[in-house]
Design a protein around this ligand. Sequence first.
Ligand code: CP
Length: 314
Amino acid sequence: MPVNRPTPLQIDRTGKLCHLITLDGLTRTTVESILDRARFHRHQEWTQVSSRPVATALLFCEPSTRTRASFELAAWRLGYHVTNLVPDHSSLAKSETLSETAATLEAMGFSFLVLRHSNPLSAMTLINPLDRPLHCISGGTGQLSHPSQGLLDLFTVCEHFSDLDALTVAIIGDIRHSRVARSTFTALRLFGVQDIRLCTPPGLEPDPGDFPETKLYPLEGALRGVRLVIALRLQRERMADTLQPDTSRYRKNYGLTLERLKLCDPHVRIMHPGPVMPDEELAGELIDSPYSLVREQVRNGVPIRMAIFETLAG
Ligand code: CP
Protein backbone atom coordinates (compact mmCIF):
# COMPACT_ATOMS: atom_id res chain seq x y z
CA MET A 1 0.00 0.00 0.00
CA PRO A 2 1.57 3.35 -0.97
CA VAL A 3 2.11 5.71 1.94
CA ASN A 4 -0.03 8.76 1.69
CA ARG A 5 1.75 11.81 3.12
CA PRO A 6 -0.97 14.32 3.86
CA THR A 7 0.30 17.32 5.79
CA PRO A 8 -2.16 17.99 8.58
CA LEU A 9 -3.14 21.47 9.67
CA GLN A 10 -1.42 21.24 13.03
CA ILE A 11 0.00 24.78 13.22
CA ASP A 12 -2.23 27.83 13.71
CA ARG A 13 -1.94 31.23 12.00
CA THR A 14 0.30 32.60 14.77
CA GLY A 15 2.71 29.71 14.23
CA LYS A 16 1.72 27.87 17.40
CA LEU A 17 1.86 24.08 17.23
CA CYS A 18 -1.55 22.80 18.38
CA HIS A 19 -1.22 19.08 17.61
CA LEU A 20 1.69 16.85 16.65
CA ILE A 21 0.85 14.36 13.94
CA THR A 22 3.93 14.56 11.72
CA LEU A 23 7.15 16.56 11.61
CA ASP A 24 6.37 17.74 8.07
CA GLY A 25 5.91 21.50 8.00
CA LEU A 26 7.49 22.24 11.39
CA THR A 27 10.04 25.05 11.44
CA ARG A 28 13.54 24.58 12.71
CA THR A 29 12.79 27.17 15.41
CA THR A 30 9.88 25.11 16.76
CA VAL A 31 11.95 21.93 16.79
CA GLU A 32 14.91 23.72 18.42
CA SER A 33 12.65 24.99 21.20
CA ILE A 34 11.44 21.41 21.85
CA LEU A 35 15.04 20.15 21.97
CA ASP A 36 16.06 22.98 24.33
CA ARG A 37 13.20 22.16 26.67
CA ALA A 38 14.12 18.46 26.54
CA ARG A 39 17.73 19.36 27.48
CA PHE A 40 16.38 21.25 30.47
CA HIS A 41 14.26 18.28 31.55
CA ARG A 42 17.04 15.77 31.10
CA HIS A 43 19.02 17.47 33.83
CA GLN A 44 16.17 17.93 36.31
CA GLU A 45 15.60 15.87 39.43
CA TRP A 46 12.00 14.71 39.23
CA THR A 47 10.96 14.56 42.85
CA GLN A 48 8.24 17.18 42.67
CA VAL A 49 5.16 17.32 40.55
CA SER A 50 3.23 20.41 39.64
CA SER A 51 -0.25 20.95 40.96
CA ARG A 52 -1.69 21.74 37.54
CA PRO A 53 -4.75 19.59 36.90
CA VAL A 54 -3.83 18.45 33.39
CA ALA A 55 -5.30 15.16 32.20
CA THR A 56 -3.75 12.98 29.49
CA ALA A 57 -5.26 9.96 27.81
CA LEU A 58 -3.13 7.29 26.14
CA LEU A 59 -4.89 5.24 23.48
CA PHE A 60 -2.61 2.69 21.85
CA CYS A 61 -4.38 0.58 19.24
CA GLU A 62 -1.09 -1.10 18.29
CA PRO A 63 1.47 -2.64 20.68
CA SER A 64 4.10 -0.40 22.27
CA THR A 65 6.57 -0.47 25.13
CA ARG A 66 8.83 2.56 24.73
CA THR A 67 6.44 5.14 23.38
CA ARG A 68 3.58 4.40 25.72
CA ALA A 69 5.73 4.05 28.85
CA SER A 70 7.73 7.19 28.14
CA PHE A 71 4.66 9.31 27.37
CA GLU A 72 3.21 8.07 30.65
CA LEU A 73 6.40 8.82 32.58
CA ALA A 74 6.74 12.22 30.89
CA ALA A 75 3.17 13.11 31.86
CA TRP A 76 3.71 11.88 35.41
CA ARG A 77 6.88 13.98 35.76
CA LEU A 78 4.95 17.04 34.68
CA GLY A 79 2.33 16.29 37.31
CA TYR A 80 -0.36 15.32 34.82
CA HIS A 81 -3.03 12.72 35.47
CA VAL A 82 -2.77 9.79 33.04
CA THR A 83 -5.56 7.51 31.87
CA ASN A 84 -4.59 4.45 29.85
CA LEU A 85 -7.44 3.46 27.56
CA VAL A 86 -7.29 -0.17 26.47
CA PRO A 87 -8.84 -0.34 23.00
CA ASP A 88 -10.51 -3.74 23.49
CA HIS A 89 -12.05 -2.54 26.75
CA SER A 90 -13.03 0.91 25.52
CA SER A 91 -16.11 1.87 23.56
CA LEU A 92 -14.05 1.56 20.36
CA ALA A 93 -14.82 -2.16 20.78
CA LYS A 94 -18.51 -1.19 20.54
CA SER A 95 -17.86 0.63 17.24
CA GLU A 96 -17.53 4.11 18.69
CA THR A 97 -15.53 6.23 16.25
CA LEU A 98 -12.20 7.80 17.13
CA SER A 99 -13.77 11.23 16.64
CA GLU A 100 -16.48 10.44 19.18
CA THR A 101 -13.88 9.07 21.59
CA ALA A 102 -11.88 12.29 21.27
CA ALA A 103 -14.97 14.46 21.73
CA THR A 104 -15.89 12.45 24.82
CA LEU A 105 -12.45 12.88 26.37
CA GLU A 106 -12.55 16.58 25.54
CA ALA A 107 -15.93 16.93 27.25
CA MET A 108 -14.43 15.42 30.40
CA GLY A 109 -11.66 18.01 30.34
CA PHE A 110 -8.75 15.99 29.01
CA SER A 111 -6.01 18.18 27.52
CA PHE A 112 -4.05 15.52 25.60
CA LEU A 113 -4.80 12.40 23.64
CA VAL A 114 -1.78 10.35 22.61
CA LEU A 115 -2.90 7.99 19.87
CA ARG A 116 -1.14 5.07 18.21
CA HIS A 117 -3.08 3.63 15.32
CA SER A 118 -2.42 1.65 12.15
CA ASN A 119 -4.56 3.93 9.96
CA PRO A 120 -2.45 6.78 8.48
CA LEU A 121 -5.49 9.06 8.56
CA SER A 122 -6.55 8.26 12.14
CA ALA A 123 -4.97 11.22 13.90
CA MET A 124 -5.90 13.67 11.13
CA THR A 125 -9.58 13.17 11.85
CA LEU A 126 -9.10 14.34 15.43
CA ILE A 127 -7.46 17.71 14.93
CA ASN A 128 -10.35 19.63 13.50
CA PRO A 129 -11.01 22.29 14.67
CA LEU A 130 -7.38 23.28 15.02
CA ASP A 131 -7.95 25.18 18.27
CA ARG A 132 -9.89 22.44 20.05
CA PRO A 133 -8.93 22.11 23.72
CA LEU A 134 -7.82 18.50 23.24
CA HIS A 135 -4.31 18.36 21.78
CA CYS A 136 -3.73 15.25 19.70
CA ILE A 137 -0.27 13.70 19.61
CA SER A 138 0.68 10.85 17.33
CA GLY A 139 2.32 7.98 19.18
CA GLY A 140 2.84 6.31 15.80
CA THR A 141 0.46 6.67 12.86
CA GLY A 142 0.44 3.79 10.38
CA GLN A 143 3.47 3.94 8.13
CA LEU A 144 3.12 7.71 7.95
CA SER A 145 4.75 9.22 11.02
CA HIS A 146 6.18 8.79 14.48
CA PRO A 147 7.04 12.39 15.34
CA SER A 148 8.13 11.91 18.95
CA GLN A 149 10.56 9.19 17.81
CA GLY A 150 11.86 11.49 15.06
CA LEU A 151 12.46 14.22 17.64
CA LEU A 152 14.19 11.95 20.16
CA ASP A 153 16.39 10.58 17.38
CA LEU A 154 17.31 14.13 16.35
CA PHE A 155 17.96 15.03 20.00
CA THR A 156 20.29 12.02 20.34
CA VAL A 157 22.09 12.90 17.09
CA CYS A 158 22.58 16.52 18.24
CA GLU A 159 24.16 15.27 21.49
CA HIS A 160 26.78 13.27 19.58
CA PHE A 161 27.50 15.15 16.35
CA SER A 162 28.21 18.85 16.17
CA ASP A 163 28.39 19.41 12.40
CA LEU A 164 25.15 18.00 11.02
CA ASP A 165 25.80 19.45 7.54
CA ALA A 166 28.75 17.05 7.24
CA LEU A 167 27.11 14.06 8.90
CA THR A 168 26.70 10.91 6.82
CA VAL A 169 23.82 8.62 7.76
CA ALA A 170 22.81 5.16 6.52
CA ILE A 171 19.28 3.92 7.20
CA ILE A 172 19.21 0.15 6.75
CA GLY A 173 16.27 -2.23 6.89
CA ASP A 174 12.57 -2.25 6.18
CA ILE A 175 12.24 1.33 4.98
CA ARG A 176 8.96 0.76 3.19
CA HIS A 177 7.01 0.12 6.37
CA SER A 178 8.94 2.41 8.73
CA ARG A 179 7.17 5.48 10.10
CA VAL A 180 10.30 6.05 12.20
CA ALA A 181 12.45 6.29 9.08
CA ARG A 182 10.09 8.91 7.63
CA SER A 183 9.96 11.09 10.77
CA THR A 184 13.66 10.77 11.59
CA PHE A 185 14.53 11.58 7.97
CA THR A 186 12.37 14.73 8.13
CA ALA A 187 13.97 15.82 11.40
CA LEU A 188 17.54 15.21 10.20
CA ARG A 189 16.93 17.06 6.93
CA LEU A 190 15.44 20.04 8.82
CA PHE A 191 18.71 20.26 10.74
CA GLY A 192 20.89 20.15 7.64
CA VAL A 193 21.85 16.49 7.21
CA GLN A 194 22.28 16.01 3.46
CA ASP A 195 23.96 12.65 2.98
CA ILE A 196 21.29 10.13 3.98
CA ARG A 197 21.72 6.74 2.29
CA LEU A 198 18.87 4.27 2.21
CA CYS A 199 19.49 0.53 2.02
CA THR A 200 16.63 -1.93 1.93
CA PRO A 201 15.99 -5.42 0.55
CA PRO A 202 14.16 -5.74 -2.78
CA GLY A 203 10.43 -5.43 -2.19
CA LEU A 204 10.80 -3.12 0.84
CA GLU A 205 11.69 0.04 -1.08
CA PRO A 206 9.76 3.20 -0.17
CA ASP A 207 7.41 4.77 -2.68
CA PRO A 208 8.92 7.46 -4.94
CA GLY A 209 8.78 10.83 -3.20
CA ASP A 210 8.67 9.46 0.35
CA PHE A 211 12.35 10.33 0.89
CA PRO A 212 13.13 13.28 -1.39
CA GLU A 213 16.62 13.57 -2.85
CA THR A 214 17.85 10.24 -1.55
CA LYS A 215 19.16 7.18 -3.32
CA LEU A 216 19.00 3.48 -2.58
CA TYR A 217 22.41 1.92 -1.96
CA PRO A 218 23.68 -1.63 -1.75
CA LEU A 219 24.77 -2.44 1.80
CA GLU A 220 28.48 -1.89 1.27
CA GLY A 221 27.94 1.46 -0.43
CA ALA A 222 25.61 2.60 2.33
CA LEU A 223 28.09 1.70 5.09
CA ARG A 224 31.30 2.90 3.47
CA GLY A 225 32.78 5.70 5.64
CA VAL A 226 29.44 6.49 7.26
CA ARG A 227 29.28 8.15 10.72
CA LEU A 228 25.85 7.01 11.81
CA VAL A 229 23.91 3.83 11.01
CA ILE A 230 20.21 3.63 11.83
CA ALA A 231 19.08 -0.01 11.74
CA LEU A 232 15.41 -0.89 11.39
CA ARG A 233 13.40 -3.98 12.29
CA LEU A 234 11.53 -5.96 9.64
CA GLN A 235 7.92 -4.97 10.32
CA ARG A 236 6.39 -8.34 9.52
CA GLU A 237 3.03 -7.25 10.91
CA ARG A 238 2.73 -4.76 8.00
CA MET A 239 3.86 -7.08 5.25
CA ALA A 240 0.56 -8.20 3.84
CA ASP A 241 1.44 -6.26 0.69
CA THR A 242 4.93 -7.71 0.26
CA LEU A 243 6.61 -11.09 0.51
CA GLN A 244 7.88 -11.90 3.99
CA PRO A 245 11.70 -11.93 3.81
CA ASP A 246 13.44 -15.06 4.99
CA THR A 247 15.11 -14.29 8.35
CA SER A 248 18.41 -16.08 7.78
CA ARG A 249 18.79 -14.62 4.29
CA TYR A 250 18.01 -11.15 5.64
CA ARG A 251 20.60 -11.53 8.40
CA LYS A 252 23.19 -12.74 5.89
CA ASN A 253 22.57 -9.96 3.38
CA TYR A 254 21.63 -6.97 5.58
CA GLY A 255 22.35 -7.75 9.25
CA LEU A 256 24.70 -5.26 10.91
CA THR A 257 27.70 -7.06 12.40
CA LEU A 258 31.00 -6.03 13.93
CA GLU A 259 32.70 -7.17 10.73
CA ARG A 260 30.46 -4.98 8.56
CA LEU A 261 31.00 -1.98 10.85
CA LYS A 262 34.64 -1.98 9.71
CA LEU A 263 33.40 -0.45 6.45
CA CYS A 264 32.16 2.59 8.36
CA ASP A 265 33.98 5.53 9.88
CA PRO A 266 36.05 4.28 12.87
CA HIS A 267 33.91 6.46 15.19
CA VAL A 268 30.62 5.20 13.80
CA ARG A 269 27.54 5.18 16.04
CA ILE A 270 24.53 2.89 15.75
CA MET A 271 20.94 3.84 16.45
CA HIS A 272 17.78 1.72 16.40
CA PRO A 273 14.29 2.87 17.38
CA GLY A 274 13.46 -0.50 18.95
CA PRO A 275 12.28 -3.07 19.46
CA VAL A 276 15.53 -4.70 18.30
CA MET A 277 15.50 -8.26 17.02
CA PRO A 278 18.99 -9.39 18.19
CA ASP A 279 21.01 -11.16 15.49
CA GLU A 280 18.47 -10.26 12.83
CA GLU A 281 18.99 -6.62 11.78
CA LEU A 282 21.62 -6.01 14.47
CA ALA A 283 24.15 -8.45 15.97
CA GLY A 284 23.30 -9.00 19.64
CA GLU A 285 26.84 -8.02 20.69
CA LEU A 286 26.39 -4.54 19.16
CA ILE A 287 23.28 -3.54 21.13
CA ASP A 288 25.18 -2.54 24.27
CA SER A 289 28.55 -2.00 22.59
CA PRO A 290 30.43 1.33 22.69
CA TYR A 291 29.11 1.99 19.17
CA SER A 292 25.51 1.87 20.29
CA LEU A 293 23.21 4.77 21.20
CA VAL A 294 20.17 2.49 21.54
CA ARG A 295 19.71 2.88 25.31
CA GLU A 296 20.37 6.60 25.09
CA GLN A 297 17.60 6.95 22.50
CA VAL A 298 15.19 5.29 24.91
CA ARG A 299 16.38 7.51 27.80
CA ASN A 300 15.93 10.64 25.68
CA GLY A 301 12.33 9.66 24.93
CA VAL A 302 11.16 10.94 28.31
CA PRO A 303 12.48 14.54 28.22
CA ILE A 304 11.46 14.87 24.57
CA ARG A 305 7.90 13.83 25.36
CA MET A 306 7.80 16.21 28.31
CA ALA A 307 8.89 18.98 25.95
CA ILE A 308 6.19 18.00 23.43
CA PHE A 309 3.45 18.19 26.08
CA GLU A 310 4.69 21.60 27.19
CA THR A 311 5.02 22.94 23.65
CA LEU A 312 1.47 21.99 22.72
CA ALA A 313 0.10 23.28 26.02
CA GLY A 314 1.86 26.57 25.28
N1 CP B 1 10.22 2.95 18.94
C1 CP B 1 8.97 2.56 19.27
O1 CP B 1 7.97 3.08 18.79
O2 CP B 1 8.92 1.54 20.20
P1 CP B 1 7.58 0.95 20.82
O3 CP B 1 6.83 0.26 19.72
O4 CP B 1 8.05 -0.01 21.91
O5 CP B 1 6.78 2.10 21.38
